[in-house]
Design a binder for this molecule. Structure first.
Ligand code: PEP
Ligand code: MG
Length: 566
């Protein structure tokens, strides 16, 4: 049996099914009969044991100096805290509440007490306490998700959705593929899965097939199918496909050492989008000219406390060393929308994509931004850094940013700490940024077009919403016009212009983008060689002619046809 879905990261994978469940939020708050009190206490005791066993098991695979180890240690201590357990038992007995509700009450009280102490470390801990309470409730209700940390066999993960923070914590060695019910093509989890070369499908209604954990599955993320209990013939067919795919990728390696230049000699800088130092270490292997986008917020998703200035400074210096003079573009923290940072305790917003995200979040939390700016300014002493700001809409945003940078420089001078020169740029991610660009360009060294968000905000289509994926692709005449306006304005002002959205990772679209005048692209590392091949195999004169034709198309269908699609 096969279920279809939308391909978000191409490839073929085999593995056992594992549902990544989130415990149901529904609790029964009605008082229970006195005769049930003992049973609730027994349930609590069993759940406490079960959860502790799971945590100890997870801890076994971690170094005892790691953040996660320490975090689990703190959770274990709390689950053994006699005073806390006595409070839960009292709540069950005196208020005649079921164990799950009693746990919710006492853990919430405990978390609130930590928050009231107005200490940033304890505020972080309050969120951990809340999560631990939810897991304990899951254990009581029999819905405790199996810890993915303990995986030891190839596994295909099935989930409603997955946040970038959850993705960051997955044991990638055993996750062969990901299947989501929701999610969007340019959601950050999708981008991460692609970069990690994990085949993934979204908008896949696997629930109707009632797949049990452990069921053998095959994921054909080339045809867009999840196959349940594949027959041996199907398995063999897919294995053959996988081999062909490996051979195709192997052939692309021939482009690794080549300069990305068209046959008629037009050179394009090809950079990579990365989220951590590991990705950076591999960019030399894939023949990138440098880093065009370092999404620094990803480094916060796996930690329980924020890295301080010195830690960040060292990280940026390590990166400079790895890059050995190649372009290094750091984007300041782009927090908000689908990028939750668990250790930051963000406020819930009714409409997060239109809320306090990107540069708005950073400016609203100046300590966070100042720490990062100081670390980057100091690192710039050791190598060339381009600094880029996300979601800048108007010149007033730049006023605030440059004011903060000046304050940081003055403080560093006063502290006799040296710092280097930076080149400054913004992401162009909203129609407002395009329309306000001429006022901002005089203050910038470069701009980079973020088509993931530019599409989202132009088409008013949530990039994480799978329902919209088919009707709102990343390229439409409207988005193309905005890209063209950005390139034209930037070039006229003598400001260099790049594109770092996922659109640039499509080998089919790249000739059009280069023909429109882009001399630099920053792409998903997984797509870099494919994009380079498309550049090396083409002619710039043909790219320009294609761009001219494409810009005249006024419907999506005509545009697709022009690009050689269906
Ligand atoms: C974009 O919006 O195109 C972009 C590159 O930034 P992110 O995907 O991190 O939002
Ligand atoms: Mg963006």
């Amino acid at each position: 049996m096969a279920i279809t879905g939308i391909i978000v990261s191409a490839g073929i994978a085999f593995g056992e099914a594992l549902h990544l469940n989130h415990p149901p939020r529904h609790l029964d708050y009605r008082p229970i009969p006195k005769t049930q009190l003992d049973q609730e206490q027994r349930q609590l005791a069993t759940a406490l044991q079960q959860l502790q066993a799971q945590l100890i098991c997870s801890q076994a695979s971690l170094a005892d100096t790691s953040d996660n180890y320490q975090l689990i240690e703190a959770d274990l201590l709390l689950l053994q805290d006699e005073e806390l357990i006595a409070q839960i038992v009292d709540t069950i007995n005196q208020l005649q509440l079921c164990a799950a509700v009693a746990v919710e009450r006492i853990f919430t009280e405990h978390a609130n007490a930590l928050l009231a102490l107005d200490d940033p470390y304890l505020a972080n801990r309050a969120e951990d306490v809340h999560c631990l309470g939810q897991r304990l409730i899951g254990a009581i209700n029999g819905t405790l998700p199996q810890g993915v940390e303990q995986l030891c066999r190839p596994t295909l993960l099935l989930a409603e959705d997955l946040t970038p923070a959850e993705f960051a914590l997955l044991p990638k060695a055993f996750i062969t593929g990901i299947v989501l019910k929701s999610g969007g093509l340019t959601s950050h989890t999708a981008i991460l899965a692609k970069a990690a070369e994990i085949p993934a499908l979204l908008h896949c209604d696997f629930e109707s097939a009632a797949i049990a954990n452990g069921t053998p599955l095959a994921l054909d993320a080339i045809a867009g199918e999840l196959i349940i209990k594949p027959t041996s013939a199907k398995q063999a067919q897919l294995e053959q496909r996988l081999q062909q795919e490996c051979a195709r990728r192997q052939a692309l390696l021939a482009y690794k050492g080549q300069s990305s230049q068209t046959r008629d000699g037009h050179r394009v800088s090809l950079l990579a989008n990365v989220g951590n130092l590991n990705d950076m270490a591999s960019i030399n292997d894939i023949g990138a000219d440098g880093i065009g986008l370092f999404r620094t917020e990803f480094m916060l998703m796996q930690v329980s406390t924020l890295p301080d200035e010195q830690t960040q400074y060292r990280l940026y210096c390590d990166a400079l060393q790895l890059l050995a003079g190649k372009i290094f573009t750091i984007r300041t923290l782009d927090i908000g929308a689908d990028k939750d940072v668990p250790c930051l305790q963000q406020e819930r917003e009714p409409n997060p994509a239109l809320g306090v995200r990107g540069i708005r979040y950073a400016l609203a939390h100046p300590t966070l931004l100042t720490t990062q700016l100081r670390a980057i300014l100091r690192a710039a002493k050791h190598g060339p850094i381009r600094l880029m700001f996300p979601m800048v809409n108007q010149v007033e945003d730049l006023d605030q940013i440059f004011q903060l940078i000046e304050t940081c420089q003055q403080a560093l001078t006063a502290e006799q700490k040296s710092y280097g020169r930076l080149r400054y740029g913004i992401m162009v991610e909203t129609p407002a940024a395009v329309l306000n660009l001429s006022a901002m360009l005089p203050r910038l060294d470069f701009v980079s077009i973020g088509t993931n968000d530019l599409t989202q905000y132009t088409m008013a289509a949530d990039r994480s919403n799978a329902q919209l994926t088919r009707s709102y692709p990343s390229l439409s005449p409207a988005v193309l016009t905005l890209i063209n306006m950005t390139i034209t304005q930037a070039k006229r002002a003598g400001v260099s212009v790049s594109l770092c959205g996922e659109l640039g990772s499509s080998a089919q679209v790249v000739p059009l983008l280069i023909g429109m005048g882009l001399d630099e692209l920053s792409v998903n590392p997984n797509a870099l060689l494919e994009v380079k091949a498309a550049i090396c195999q083409g002619n710039f004169t043909q790219f320009c002619a294609l761009a001219e034709r494409a810009l005249q198309q006024d419907t999506l269908a005509k545009l697709k046809l022009c690009l050689g699609g269906e």
